[in-house]
Write a protein that binds this ligand. Structure first.
Ligand code: ADP
Ligand code: MG
Ligand code: MG
Length: 250
């Protein structure tokens, strides 16, 4: 599904990613962990195609297609979803109306007509019910005065509606409280299937008790320096990152 080969990227001429190799297959959940400043959010942004980042070497493929030259919007249309991609507050635009527009834009990019209003309504009801989101929330203005938990609920709802092939959830700096953590974990677990894949970026081993990853990767100074199973997350929780840095430098 996703194949990253020898990816190097920089911001403002500062090299941040220094040779990332990563392969994600359908049905898999990958966790990316690592100390602050190791490049986790940069990696997420580069996969999603954010413009501030310059790819200086390497390549990213989605399925059979190289996506290096695609803009963020085109990548989104191809099924890459990055949390916090739409963090804007839009007074007067409801959670529902925003997602309707996003869905119809995605359809348009594929040469499809708008989704019939009836089908849209049905889809919204279905997903809201699955995620235990109430009607009142759906009619609120996008991100306006949202609590941390509500922001997460909105993100997971967007993800559920858009049904991405690859969802990337960057939870590093969001200070997840217990409520938000539960929302993210339940949402991901409900939306997980054999046809899609999830990359969860997190500081918190706790989150990985609820979203059980198939692989855990540790990022350090812009490289994946260690890959393991879910037990690696526990080891990191227990021992921190210093032993990995020592291994790398040995
Ligand atoms: P992480 O998510 O692992 O904490 P980041 O990817 O946010 O790490 O950051 C990696 C490094 O890149 C840090 O040193 C950070 O200061 C730098 N960096 C990230 N984004 C920018 C930016 N837009 N401008 C300048 N430096 C940046
Ligand atoms: Mg950080
Ligand atoms: Mg980060």
């Amino acid at each position: 599904m996703l194949k990253i080969t020898n990816l190097h990227a920089s911001v403002n001429d500062k090299a941040i990613l220094r040779g990332i190799n990563l392969e994600v297959n359908p049905g898999e959940v990958h966790a990316i962990m690592g100390p602050n400043g190791s490049g986790k959010s940069t990696l997420a942004s580069v996969i999603a195609g954010k413009e501030e980042y310059e790819v200086t070497d390497g390549t990213i493929s989605l399925g059979d297609a190289v996506i290096d030259d695609l803009a963020a919007e085109e990548r989104a249309h191809k099924g890459i979803f990055l949390s916090f991609q739409y963090p804007v507050e839009i007074p007067g635009v409801s959670v529902t109306n925003f997602i309707k527009t996003a869905i119809n834009e995605t359809r348009k990019a594929k040469g499809l007509e708008d989704m019939p209003a009836k089908d849209m309504l049905k889809l919204i009801r279905e997903k809201a019910e699955m995620l235990e989101i109430d009607r009142k929330f759906l009619s609120r203005s996008l991100n306006e005065g949202f609590s941390g938990g509500e922001k997460k609920r909105n993100e997971i709802f967007q993800m559920a509606m858009l049904e991405p092939k690859l969802a990337i959830l960057d939870e590093t700096d969001s200070g997840l409280d217990i409520d938000a953590l539960r929302i993210v974990a339940n949402g991901v677990n409900k939306l997980k299937s054999k046809d899609n894949a999830v990359i969860v970026i997190t500081h918190y081993q706790r989150l990985l008790d609820h979203i059980v990853p198939d692989f855990v990767h540790v990022l350090h100074e812009g490289r994946i320096v260690k890959t393991g199973g879910k037990e690696l997350a526990h080891e990191l929780e227990e021992k921190g990152y210093d032993w990995i840095k020592e291994e790398v430098n040995a």
